[in-house]
Design a protein around this ligand. Structure first.
Ligand code: FE
Length: 217
């Protein structure tokens, strides 16, 4: 327990933005302008999360109310901004210049739940097309041990409570409007051409390694 306490004490109160700029002039079909504008939004979520988190520490807890209260508003915006940070970081991290084909192991894992690799990709594309201002996310559901493509509207709606994202695709229009206008279908194809399948595979590996511990509780 002493080590756990020491680790927790060392955590920063504020979030700090990660640097994804080396990626920005390296992707095929996604321009530097598109990606750097997108990065500005990501940094905005970092700033707002820190601001909301700070305000929460000085909010009147006794005035908490479900219909309206400052406490409730801040709590709602906290997860909006926090997921805005987490999902963008996972999104940028699962992009890579000239993405290679997924390894056979990854294809086999996804084929189990989607019938085939092609079936998985078709479902992911459909999930992306059906998502509003939000996300299409491939996630492992710890409850039943299966992979699903989930729609997340905004950053914090329809998120299953016990699932870990392993591939994250931004489907907000800001993710593609500069390069593709309203042509979301072409953006999704370009995203898949630049997907870092190795990152997805490593996320799945670490997810499965922690499954036994997480399912105890
Ligand atoms: Fe975004």
């Amino acid at each position: 327990m002493a080590n756990v306490n020491k680790k927790l004490m060392m955590k920063e109160d504020s979030l700090i933005a990660k640097d994804f700029s080396p990626l920005f002039n390296n992707l095929e079909g996604l321009s530097e302008n598109q990606l750097s504008q997108h990065d500005k939004l990501y940094k905005g979520y970092i700033a707002k999360y820190n601001e909301v988190n700070k305000k929460l520490q000085n909010t009147d807890l006794l005035a908490a109310n479900q219909n309206y209260s400052e406490f409730r508003s801040l709590k709602v915006e906290l997860t909006h901004n926090l997921n805005g940070v987490i999902l963008h970081e996972m999104y940028f991290a699962n992009l890579i210049a000239a993405g290679k084909d997924p390894c056979q192991e990854l294809q086999d894992i996804l084929s189990k739940d989607f019938g085939s690799w092609d079936g998985y990709i078709k479902d992911l594309k459909a999930t992306g097309m059906a998502s509003r201002a939000g996300w299409a996310v491939t996630a492992y559901n710890y409850r039943d041990g299966k992979f699903y493509n989930y729609i997340i509207d905004q950053h914090n709606m329809q998120i299953p409570a016990f699932a870990r994202p392993v591939l994250v695709m931004d489907t907000w229009e800001h993710a593609f409007m500069i390069d593709f206008g309203t042509d979301k279908k072409s953006y999704i194809n370009t995203f898949l051409d630049n997907t870092n399948w190795q990152v997805m595979y490593e996320r799945i590996t670490s997810t499965l390694q922690t499954e036994e511990i997480l399912n105890k509780f």
